[in-house]
Design a protein around this ligand. Structure first.
Ligand code: KIV
Length: 284
């Protein structure tokens, strides 16, 4: 894809009924490959906390870490619509922090959208970021940054009361300036209503097929999660096994003296070895 995908392209795709494909990924090497597939969007998600750093929750990742990896993804994927996740405590403290931290992603990492996990308490955050001229995606449904309050994450919008609250929250977010919505782990029927009534693109993460687009975490897509995946995720390859096999083959060849062979070696220039021996002989 030669032209950068913009937020208006996402809106146009929604209007044409063309599904938006998004991937959550976190590093240069992987993003380079993902970009070759022509997906519209890469999110540098705070799931990097678990996938890259091995934490149990998304809470430990910091702004500096997120900005660094997001800039790396941008270098690998100059033309995708790049979205960065605002990490825990980068926007909950006050709207000034939210605007400053959102701005870092735009200035230092070249993103086009920032994503914020929201409750009704964050309407002012979405409005402040939007009023500052930055595009913002409101993440509703399962919000992993609330794990400390919830104890465990479970599907959202599964009763009529909770579903009505979720639909209302999505409406309020758009009113506050959200340019896109992300629904995580939300009942399919409710996601459909949100999508049908939303004026902005709605991306599903485990919220069924009726949204404008889908997102999955790259480790799950590639089968690199050791089988530990949410119900909604799907692997399209099994790279866990291939990776273990490749490293085991490398280890075996090193131990057996089969790697490296001469084809992997640099050589001194012709005629230089005799001169070297002479120099060394002179020295010793
Ligand atoms: O952090 C992340 O990768 C996300 C997606 C799973 C939506 O928020």
């Amino acid at each position: 894809m030669n032209k950068k995908v913009t937020i208006s392209d996402l809106l146009a795709a929604r209007q044409r009924g063309q599904k938006i494909v998004a991937v959550s990924c976190y590093d240069y090497t992987t993003a380079r490959l993902v970009a070759q597939t022509g997906v519209e969007m890469i999110l540098v998600g705070d799931s990097a906390s678990q996938v890259i750093l091995g934490h149990e929750t998304t809470l430990p990742v910091t702004m500096d870490f997120m900005v660094t990896i997001t800039a790396a993804v941008r270098r690998a994927a100059p033309n995708v619509c790049l979205v960065a996740d605002m990490p825990f405590l980068s926007y909950q403290t006050c709207t000034a922090d939210a605007v400053r931290n959102a701005g870092r992603f735009f200035q230092e990492a070249g993103v086009q959208i920032v994503k914020v996990e929201v409750t009704a308490a964050h309407l002012d955050v979405v409005k402040a970021i939007s009023d500052s001229g930055m595009a913002v995606m409101a993440h509703i449904g399962i919000r992993p940054q609330r794990i400390a309050k919830l104890g465990k994450l479970k599907a959202e919008g599964t009763t009529s009361e909770l579903a009505a609250e979720l639909v209302e929250l999505s409406r309020q977010m758009v009113g506050a300036g959200a340019d896109a919505l992300l629904l995580e782990g939300t009942a399919r029927e409710v996601s459909k209503i949100v999508t049908e009534t939303s004026p902005v693109p709605v991306i599903s993460c485990g919220s069924g097929p009726d949204c404008d687009g889908q997102i999955l975490v790259i480790a799950d897509i590639l089968g690199l999660s050791g089988g530990a995946m949410p119900k909604f995720a799907k692997s399209f390859a099994q790279l866990d096994g291939l990776t273990v096999q490749a490293v085991a083959d490398y280890a075996a060849q090193v131990r057996q003296g089969r790697y490296p062979s001469d084809e992997h070696c640099y050589h001194i220039k012709p005629g230089q070895l005799d001169k070297l021996r002479h120099i060394l002989g002179d020295l010793t």
